[in-house]
Design a protein around this ligand. Structure first.
Ligand SMILES: [Zn+2]
Length: 408
């Protein structure tokens, strides 16, 4: 009885269409999939535009659409991203863009993250638009924000927010895969680039140089020790970094992390290297400040630089704000009720270790968020990604009931 109200083949067919139009990022080009989705929405009578992120015809393209309400309530937003990660070097059993349904699973790149969720949102919007045509309009506008470039720091979401298109909205649901559970928190983080400049020398006369590779290796060991250890004997810089990063584990999100994810350096086998770079991925909990962490990394770096006679530059190309809402927030409760209605199960509240478009939208717009979508992150970003077709249908039901709860 639960699935009967949604056009089941509709959500699956649209999800297949979206998967079959590649939008891997890099190279970051959602134009074709955005055009298809916008036309699908227009065919159902919903106003929809394709908006280039930097310029009207840019290949980086958002879709913005609106199901008009009567204006008695503030708008509510459905948000999902149109890009996927690249298919990767791993072997896919079926082609990543084939969109094959087998044994109750839809396989393909983006099935879970998150063309399935986008399709479910679009199908729910179509149902609401149809009901409006039959004299049951929503009391507020339903805004559809299908974004470009989520996998590259949510640049499409940032453009949509800055264009003012979502201003005045009273809440947002992000359709990232949560297994149709209710996501109420996500880790944020800060990326850090480290560049060490030393002095070259002949490999046989290392005392004449300042070894950038060795200095960087020492720095990474010191950074790890600062966040991993509670022992005495830490330097002042390490203690500062530890204070900025280390927290007791959050029930939903776990602990903050600091991970070296890149390392490059060296000139030739017989040359003391004067240049080495590294990248750090640092994940933080709500309430933590990227700036304090950056300052701590710099404090450790300057100690290593002094010991080693090198210069170390520490910069950040970007930050994602950690977010959380109270577990009894009305939006969390409304989402949980919608999930229970769609699935028959009371969903748990959960947190996401990765950031979503919410990190750009929520601080800018100052609205509550919830993350809820079909599929699981464990299936994302790897070969043979899939989503259960039942979860897709249930997600379309969840979004429908959530919109009715928020918009009347
Ligand atoms: Zn995603």
């Amino acid at each position: 009885m639960r699935a009967a109200a949604v056009d089941e083949s509709g959500v699956l067919a649209l999800a297949c269409d979206l998967i079959r139009i590649p939008s891997p990022n890099p190279p970051w080009d959602e134009r074709a999939v955005a055009e298809h989705l916008a036309q699908w929405l227009r065919d159902t009578g919903i106003d929809a535009d394709v908006l280039g992120v930097e310029a009207p015809n840019a290949p980086h393209a958002n879709v913005f659409a609106r199901v008009r309400g009567t204006g008695q309530r503030a708008p509510f937003v459905f948000c999902g991203h149109l890009d996927t990660v690249p298919p990767g070097e791993g072997t896919w059993t079926r082609g990543p863009y084939e969109a094959v349904v087998h044994d109750g699973r839809l396989h393909g790149l983006g099935a879970a993250d998150m063309k399935g969720g986008v399709a479910a949102m679009a199908v729910a919007a179509r149902r609401l638009a149809r009901e409006a045509g039959l004299g049951q309009p929503l009391q507020g506008d339903l805004l559809l924000a299908f974004t470009s470039g989520e996998e590259t720091r949510s640049r499409g979401a940032r453009a949509l927010a800055r264009a003012g298109l979502l201003d005045g909205a009273a809440g947002i649901v992000i359709g990232e895969p949560t297994g149709n559970r209710v996501g109420i928190a996500e880790k944020g983080g800060i990326w850090v680039d480290v560049a060490v400049t030393g002095r070259t020398a002949h490999g046989s006369l290392p005392h004449l140089g300042a070894n950038a590779v060795a200095a960087l290796a020492e720095l990474l060991v010191c950074l790890e020790a600062a966040v991993a250890s509670t022992s005495d004997g830490m330097s002042t810089g390490q203690a500062e970094l530890r204070d900025a990063v280390v927290r007791s584990a959050d029930a939903l999100l776990g602990s903050p992390t600091l991970t070296a994810t890149g390392f490059d350096g060296g000139v030739a086998a017989n040359v003391v290297p004067d240049r080495a770079t590294a990248v750090l991925d640092i994940r933080l909990l709500p309430g933590q400040e990227g700036a304090a962490v950056l300052s701590g990394v710099r404090a450790v770096a300057s100690e290593v630089a002094a010991r080693r006679g090198v210069q170390i530059e520490v910069t950040s190309p970007g930050e994602r704000v950690p977010l959380a809402i109270p577990s009894d927030h009305p939006l969390a409760n409304a989402c949980a009720a919608a999930v229970e209605r769609a699935t028959g199960h009371v969903p748990v509240r959960m947190g996401l270790t990765g950031a979503t478009d919410a990190t750009e939208l929520v601080p800018h717009l100052g609205l509550p968020f919830v993350i809820c979508g079909p599929g699981h992150m464990a299936q994302a970003h790897q070969p043979d990604e899939w989503v259960s077709t039942r979860a897709l249908e249930q997600a379309a039901e969840v979004y429908y009931h959530l919109a009715r709860a928020m918009l009347g």
